[in-house]
Design a protein around this ligand. Sequence first.
Ligand SMILES: C[S@@+](CC[C@H](N)C(=O)[O-])C[C@H]1O[C@@H](n2cnc3c(N)ncnc32)[C@H](O)[C@@H]1O
Length: 331
Amino acid sequence: MNAITSFPIYANVFPAGQTAGVNFCGVTPVEQLGKDIFVGVRDKLIQETAFFRQPEELEFIKEYIKTALKGKKEINIIDGACSKGYETYSLAMLLENIDHKINITGFDIGKEAICEAKKGIFFIKQISGSKNIVSMYKMGIDAFNDDYLAFSKKCLLEGKQAEYKQMFDKFYTELPGYKNKQSIKERLKGILFKELFPSITTRAFQIKPEKAELCKFVQGDILKLDEIVSQASADVLLFRNALYHLTTKEYTLGLKLPLPDEIVIPVVKDVVKQIDKAVASKGLFVLGSHASDHLTTAGKTLYNELEMHNFTPVLYNAAGTKAVIWKKNEF
Ligand SMILES: C[S@@+](CC[C@H](N)C(=O)[O-])C[C@H]1O[C@@H](n2cnc3c(N)ncnc32)[C@H](O)[C@@H]1O
């Protein structure tokens, strides 16, 4: 797999240039990124993510490229809402040895997230403690960093763990000097309430420079996707576990509720228009499995709009209730 050279990212939107040191990948030096963009309805960015998150979707992408897109020499992947790059590099790891030239670009609306992705330092949390405490702690978190890296015994894809760990070791080196940075509050909690809270160890890993080059990162907004991606050029466009940012609002105590339909429906329609413009014929749109992106007005509108724009579902979740990957049909 080669570094991206000809990928159609518009340089005028994200000025080109490199600064020595931290940001060895991507087109925009960290200092030149805009502030976190706040588009209309969203009030807070949640950048929860993980390596090999929802791996069946990533595996599907790989198989689809190898079979349905076999004739294409070059494949353009746009990882929308890429957060801190864990997902983007998971794709790079999985696709490294296939017979295509793969161009991968991650974008996210969050400046902080893109800065983190460009720095190339990634953190993995290992959790230990009694089984009940660990599972209670993980309840509601579906992006746990250790899950697919053989650090956790509780894993959906048992057989894949070792394979993923091997790929990971080819891409990353551990930062040995990294200290488990726990706040005093966290440390006290661990000592005083050992029976109630799990113990968490954080390890830091740096992407190897030659692998860092496999992914580019830019700051961007799905609602302005056409400023980032040229028309019909994305063979795979991901926007996983992110639509809820545009369709819900956080109220007190972290309670997230859907926004009124009159806000949600036009926003989702705009998102689909952008997706439709960017995705190539036979290309994939990958939505992910976040419940609020499927089971609400946002989800219903998204499904209808995708169908109206000639997309059909090609992968459902295990329960068959969510269409997690869509294909753009040929005309
Ligand atoms: C929960 S994270 C999902 C990260 C990753 N896709 C995954 O599934 O692990 C949601 C991400 O969406 C990003 N986001 C929110 N609104 C966005 C928008 N309009 N355009 C691009 N990214 C957006 C947030 O900054 C955040 O990083």
